[in-house]
Design a protein around this ligand. Structure first.
Ligand SMILES: [Mg+2]
Length: 182
């Protein structure tokens, strides 16, 4: 099957890095449940959050602190070994995309990256996908993908009507349940 993956919040633990950068830039904690532009609840301003997002994705200085979400790398390797066609569809473009691709390569995974731009639909780039997973509910809504999954985080628990997975083991199980041709 063709499996599309979001990068930040699905492969890369961007919430953890945002929290670190938030301390550095604003001297404030950013709890996980507030780690979304629509969930800030005054913890930091939207302007600061946008700056945070930009810094986390584009700064070479912080790239060395990027961490994978548990089991992400191992599971991606397993999916590829199982014969699936796995690619990344991300909002990142230009140098942000390059940072992500380089980092994933360093983790031993070289796969196709498609960048769509911040707050843009992933519909076109996901057209061929049988499966797609994202941590932003809004980005899943308009996709014509048969099997869509929301990667659960404290900042998206209020979103209803999505198939959720809590971790990469669950995602792998779901893929195997779908089965189908590879
Ligand atoms: Mg994401």
């Amino acid at each position: 099957m063709k499996i599309g993956l979001d990068f930040d919040g699905v492969i890369h633990n961007s919430a953890k890095l945002k929290s670190r950068v938030c301390e550095d830039l604003y001297g404030k904690q950013l709890p996980l449940e507030n780690c979304d532009a629509t969930k800030l609840n005054g913890v930091i301003s939207l302007e600061h959050y946008r700056e945070l997002q930009e810094t986390v994705a584009s700064s070479e200085k912080y790239a060395k602190f990027m961490e994978a979400i548990p089991e992400a790398i191992e599971t991606i390797k397993k999916l590829i070994a199982d014969g699936h066609n796995v690619s990344v569809v991300t909002a990142r473009i230009n140098n942000k995309l390059n940072i992500a691709r380089t980092w994933l390569k360093e983790q031993g995974v070289e796969i196709l990256f498609e960048g769509v731009g911040q707050d843009r639909s992933k519909k076109e780039k996901c057209e061929e996908c049988d499966v797609y997973i994202d941590d932003t509910a809004k980005l899943l809504e308009d996709l014509n993908v048969k099997h869509k999954f929301l990667f659960s985080w404290p900042y998206n628990t209020d979103k209803e009507g999505f198939n959720r997975v809590n971790n990469w083991s669950e995602f792998y199980e779901e893929i195997n349940k779908i089965g189908g041709t590879k």
